[in-house]
Ligand binder design. Structure first.
Ligand SMILES: *[C@@H]1O[C@H](CO)[C@@H](O)[C@H](O)[C@H]1NC(C)=O
Ligand SMILES: *[C@@H]1O[C@H](CO)[C@@H](O)[C@H](O)[C@H]1NC(C)=O
Ligand SMILES: *[C@@H]1O[C@H](CO)[C@@H](O)[C@H](O)[C@H]1NC(C)=O
Length: 235
């Protein structure tokens, strides 16, 4: 799996606005995610899991833009400066997905424009009884976008692609890469951090939200069922 991630890394384009602070914040939960995936696979390997697999088969009908749901993590206080990044790649009424915000948009953001992803206010983990009071809110919110995007219940989804509000996706390239993989299997595809320390600290191949990463539907389905219980332990 690790070699598969790194070999694909260069194919998923990424933006070049390293924000070390943000990256550091995200690196912790995302590395937790990888560890979690590792645990799922090693303790309870799904029957179709093939370590270090290469894409060998193409699913019957090829993957197109409608099969992807994007989960974009944003914040109200930076949204005005990040909006142009999202506008640059989002295709209104064609791309599917959500912008996850840390609060209800104030009147200055209303009405919410139809050329942008619809927003969704992230769940407040402090209101989830199983989370300890000490939970780190930002990492929890970022990782939980996976669960919250899944719970939107979109139909005919093959991939969930998660990124930040300053991630620029090259949508056609992304589809080209994802179409090579069988979306019915467990896949986690992404790129190393552009922040060296984050890669160093976690010392193994893993994908970071800054460049965006893709999770196949069955993997997200499996994660959504267990992720909260796991986050309670690590955050
Ligand atoms: C994709 O994976 C599923 C689940 O392992 C398998 O049943 C199916 O045959 C695969 N499709 C192709 C085209 O290989
Ligand atoms: C994408 O593929 C599905 C079949 O899986 C098809 O129904 C749909 O029309 C296609 N959408 C686009 C935008 O090509
Ligand atoms: C998207 O679709 C809705 C209704 O289907 C329409 O009102 C809106 O103008 C469309 N937005 C864009 C930017 O095309």
């Amino acid at each position: 799996m690790a070699s598969s991630i790194s070999s694909k890394a260069s194919k998923i384009q990424k933006n070049h606005s390293p924000s070390s602070h943000g990256t550091l914040h995200k690196s912790v939960p995302i590395s937790g995610l990888l560890l979690f995936l590792f645990c799922i696979f090693s303790l309870n390997p799904p029957s179709n899991y093939q370590p270090f697999s290469r894409p060998t088969t193409t699913p019957s009908s090829s993957t197109n833009i409608s099969h992807i749901v994007f989960g974009i993590v944003g914040a109200l206080n930076t949204w005005n400066s990040r909006k142009p990044y999202v506008e640059s790649w989002w295709r209104p009424n064609i791309t599917r997905g959500y912008l996850f915000l840390d609060g209800q948009p104030t009147p200055e953001f209303q009405p919410w424009p139809s050329n942008l992803p619809p927003f969704h206010v992230s769940e407040d983990v402090r209101k989830i009884p199983t989370f300890p009071k000490t939970v780190r809110l930002i990492p929890a919110r970022i990782v939980r976008t996976i669960i919250e995007a899944f719970r939107k219940g979109d139909k005919n989804v093959r991939w969930y692609v998660m990124g930040d509000d300053d991630t620029i996706f090259f949508v056609d390239n992304l589809i080209g890469v994802l179409a090579k993989y069988n979306h019915s299997k467990y896949y986690y595809i992404g790129s190393n951090s552009d922040f060296v320390k984050s890669n160093y600290d976690f010392s193994f191949d893993m994908a970071f939200g800054g460049a965006g990463y893709a999770l196949s539907y069955p993997l997200v389905e499996a994660l959504a069922a267990k992720l909260d219980a796991f986050l309670v332990l690590v955050l």
